[in-house]
Design a protein around this ligand. Sequence first.
Ligand code: IVH
Length: 676
Amino acid sequence: MNDIQEQIARLSEEIHRHNYYYYMLDDPKISDYDFDCLLQKLIDLEKQYPEYVLPDSPTQRVGGTITKQFASAAHIYPMLSLGNTYSEGDLNEFDARVRALLDGSMEYVCELKYDGVAISLIYEQGVLVRAVTRGDGTRGDVVTDNVKTIGSVPLRLIGDYPDMLEARGEIIMPFQSFEQLNAEREEIGEQPFANPRNAASGSLKLQNSAEVAKRGLSFKLYYALGENLPENNHYDRLRKLHEWGFRFPDVMEKKPDIQGIMDFVHIWDVKRKELPFPIDGIVIKVNDFAQQQQVGSTAKSPRWAIAYKFKAERVSTPLLSVDFQVGRTGIVTPVANLKPVNLAGTVVKRATLNNRDFMRDMDICEGDYLFVEKGGEIIPKIVGVNMEHRQMDASPVPFVEYCPVCGSQLQQNEGEAGVFCPNELHCAPQIKGRLEHFISRKAMNIDSLGEGKIDLLFAQRLLHDAADLYDLTYDRLFGLEKVVEDDNGKSRVLSFKEKTTQNILKGLEQSKQVPFERVLYAIGIRFVGEVTAKKLARKFHDIDTIANATKEELMAVEDVGERVADSIIQYFNNTENLRMVMRLREAGLQFEVGESETPVSQKLQGMNIIVSGVFTIPRDNLKAIIEQHGGKNVSSISKNTTYVVAGEKMGPEKRKKAESLGVPILSEGEFFALLD
Ligand code: IVH
C-alpha cells in the first residue's frame, strides 16, 4: 500500500466510524461541519486518484452515479410476503394454528409493519455488494447505487460478521422528508406523491443517485438470512446484526402469548400517530428458528408470521358533482364534491380525484357512492366505488376536454398523468396563480398583498402579469372594493382605504430590494424552485447570462437536469416573458447578484443555527444575515445545532428540547454580538 492508498483507507475508516455513531447509535462524536470536511477530503483524494477508490467508499453516500436502466437479479432466497389480517379474531386463529403445530413453550416477537418498499441487501465479506427490490419475489431490480446513499444502510460491516449475509428490511420515507419533498414538487408545478410509500418507491428508481441522497430515505431492518448465522432466534439475531453495524429496530418486543400481542397492537394503533415515519400495521413472528421451521411456510408466505393491518377508517358517501380546478401551471385537477360525512372526527365534503387516469382506473360514474378513507395520513382519500349503490345504466363521469375557465382545448404530455390548459398567458387561474406565487413569502414576500387583493386587482383588469404590479399608483388603488366570502361562507367588503393603499405601495417599493435569487424564483420558471434559483443565481450572476446560457451550460449547474434546462430555455424564448422581465427590471427589481449576497464574513462558518420566534427585524432577514456570515439555517433541533436564536414567543417545546440537548439559546442581542 502506498501513502495515498493508506490515506484513503484511513479516511474511509474514520468516516465509516462516524457514520456508525451518527446513524446506528444516534450519538455523533463530531459536528456536521467536521464530518463534511473529512468527507470532502476523501472526495478530493478520490478524484485525484480514482484508481484507489475503495469498493465500499463512504463517498458513495453522496451519490452521483447515473443508472439508465436497472438490471434485474434473482433473489438467493425468495422474498415471501406476509398473510394479512384486519381482525383480532384472525389473530386468535393464527395463535391457535401455530400452537397446534408446536409442543412446549414458545414466544412471539412483535414489530412495526413499516409502510415502504422491501429491500434485500447482500453483504459479501462484510461489504454491501448488491441491493435488490422485491420485484415478483423471485427476481427484483438492482438499485445498489441508490441504496448506498441511504445513511442507515451500512456499506461495510464491523466485528465478527459472516462471509455472506442477506439483510432484509424496508426503505421508508419519514413524514418530514415526505412533506418537504411534496412542497418542493408543488412549488415547481410537479404532481405531489400520494403517500410516503409511493415517494420512497419513486425515489429508489431515480436515475441519478445524487438525487436519491437528498430524499431523506431510511432503512428499517426486519429479517436476516445466510448460512450458519449465529443465534437460534429472530430477536437475538437482529441483536447480532446490530453488533455488525445495523440499527436495531426502534420497536421490537417479545411476547409470551396472544394477550401480550393484543396489548402491543392496541398500544401501537394509538401511538403510531406519534411516529415520525409511516407504519400500516404490526408484524407478529414466532421467535425461535427451529419452531419457525416446524410451523413452515406456504409457497407465498410463512405460516410462522402474520401482519395485522390497522384499519383505516372508511365510509361511503354519494358523489354530488366533480369540480375541475386549474392550477398555476395549468394542470387540471378533478375534485369530488361529496355529501358531507363524518370520518375519524372531521366532516369530509371534498376530496381530490387526482387526475384523469385516476378517475378512469376507478371507473367513477354519475350517481356513485365513493369510499373515503383516512388512514395514518391526515388528508381523506378516495379509495374506490361502493358497487352496492351502482346504478344500472350509470355512465362514467366525463373528464372535461376544454378548460373550465378559459375554454381552451386541454392537452396531455406523453408519459405524464396531468392534463393541462395550454393557454398559460390568458387563462385566469394561471395568471392569478403566477401573481400569487410572485408575492408569496419565499418569493418577493409582499405580504401587504394576498389572494383576495390579487383577485380584486385582476377583476378590475389592473393586473395581468407581475410587472403590472409596479404600475399601480395611489389613485388607481384607493377606493377599490369587492365583496368577498371568508372560509365560513360569510360575506364582507374588501375595500382599499388609505392605510391599505399605502401598505400595498410600501410593500411593492420594499420588494425592489429582494435579492436576485428570489426574483428569479418569483418570475415562475417551471421546475425552477427556490433552491435551483439560488444555484442558478450564484453560478450565472445575472439574468442575461441565464437567458443566453446554452443547455449544456445550464446543465452544468447542480440540480439542473435536462427537463429543467429545457424549461429555462423555453421561458426565455417567449417574448411575453422577456417583456415582463424587461419591465420588472425597469421598475427597479434586482436582476443581478448584489453585494449583499456575497459573504460578509465567515464568523458563523460551520454553525447550524435555528431562529425561532418574533424579532425586531423580519425573520427572513435574520436568516439571510446568518447565511451572509457563513452560517447554515436549520429547522429542527438536534445535538448538531450550534445555537438557537430566540425571539419573542418562541415555542416552549423548542426551548425545552434545546435545553435538554444542551444547545445554547441566544437572544437577538447576543446573536448580533457574535458578529461584532
Ligand atoms: S417480515 C418472511 N417484518 O411487509 C418474512 N415484513 O407482505 C417477511 N414489512 O414485503 C417479511 N415491516 O416488505 C416483515 N417488520 C416487518 C415488516 C415487513 C414491513 C413488509 C415487507 C413485506 C410485507 C409483507
